[in-house]
Design a protein around this ligand. Structure first.
Ligand SMILES: NC(=O)c1ccc[n+]([C@@H]2O[C@H](COP(=O)([O-])OP(=O)(O)OC[C@H]3O[C@@H](n4cnc5c(N)ncnc54)[C@H](OP(=O)(O)O)[C@@H]3O)[C@@H](O)[C@H]2O)c1
Length: 145
């Protein structure tokens, strides 16, 4: 698992870094005012905040040093079971939009392909395990999935 995670990030990091090194000059000063850059950047930082704050909520669930799993509460967890994955998806979709590049798009697609099935499995597990699990909560995309 760890080796696969390292490989995944090496490939994505290499493709995106190589692209920027080769074609970075297409992003001139005008790109900073382009709606794709502005919207993608807003999406990226929104996702970053959701991802970090949701990981923090999960981390605090183990503050009592008990190893088991609990129902996460607060923040985007009120809407989805895997708020940290939702934030991660927003980040890389934002990156794809702000760079408007094929490597950016592939990173976003791999992230979706990786995290959506995991979120659905986590969500199904929560619902099986906790009879009082919030019924309106979705797996990863608020109100949709
Ligand atoms: N870009 C990508 O494709 C990608 C892929 C994978 C991960 N990531 C990111 O890496 C980070 C970690 O991912 P992950 O898959 O390890 O996340 P995760 O399954 O949500 O677990 C994160 C941590 O929270 C604990 N935890 C989760 N649910 C809990 C609950 N209900 N009660 C108590 N503790 C709970 C887990 O404990 P246990 O270890 O005991 O389960 C683990 O220590 C996330 O920010 C994710 O977005 C990104």
């Amino acid at each position: 698992m760890v080796a696969l995670a390292v490989l995944f990030n090496l490939v994505n990091g290499f493709l995106n870094g190589r692209y920027l090194a080769l074609y970075g000059d297409r992003y001139d000063a005008g790109w900073l005012a382009d709606p794709r850059f502005l919207f993608g950047t807003a999406l990226f930082f929104t996702g970053l905040i959701v991802n970090l704050s949701s990981d923090n909520i999960l981390r605090r669930l183990r503050d009592d040093d008990q190893p088991g799993y609990k129902i996460p509460r607060g923040g985007m967890f009120e809407l989805v079971s895997c708020a940290n994955y939702f934030g991660e998806v927003l980040e890389w979709v934002g990156w794809a939009v702000l760079t408007w590049s094929l490597p950016g798009l592939t990173f976003a697609l791999w992230t979706v392909a990786n995290l959506v099935p995991r979120a659905r499995a986590h969500h199904a597990w929560y619902r099986r395990t906790f009879p009082a699990y919030p019924a309106k909560r979705k797996a990863i995309i608020p109100y949709l999935l």
